[in-house]
Structure formats: structure tokens, C-alpha cells
Design a protein around this ligand. Structure first.
Ligand SMILES: [Zn+2]
Length: 66
């Protein structure tokens, strides 16, 4: 998985420590930590749709078995 997506997920989870709801304050916090948060979230959602539609993982080769 690209590091941008990992960072976006981490930023999302860290923001939940302070803001439990997906409200305006939550997304402001996300964007404060990651300026491209909304673009990254959009890209990740598009990728998950790609998988849900039966698409192949785009970076399976990066996953190490050990
Ligand atoms: Zn959330």
C-alpha cells in the first residue's frame, strides 16, 4: 500500500482519539495533520471500489510474507 494511504489512515485514527465523530472538527484535525487528506481519502475510496468491483490489488507485490 502506498505510504500516502497509510499516512491518511493513521491521521484518521489519531484524529478519532480527539474527535470521535466524523464531524467538521474531525476533518479539520485530519487536514491539519495531512494537507492532502481529502484527496487521499477520495483516492483510497476509489481504490476500495476498484477492489469491491473485483479488481486486482494494485500493490500486492509489495506485501512481504516475512
Ligand atoms: Zn473514522
Amino acid at each position: 500500500m502506498p505510504p500516502e494511504f497509510l499516512r491518511m489512515i493513521v491521521v484518521h485514527e489519531i484524529s478519532h482519539l480527539k474527535e470521535p465523530e466524523h464531524d467538521k472538527a474531525f476533518y479539520q484535525l485530519c487536514q491539519h495533520m495531512e494537507a492532502n487528506y481529502f484527496q487521499l481519502e477520495f483516492d483510497l475510496r476509489a481504490y476500495l471500489c476498484h477492489l469491491a468491483a473485483g479488481g486486482q490489488p494494485l500493490w500486492a507485490a509489495e506485501v512481504s510474507a516475512g
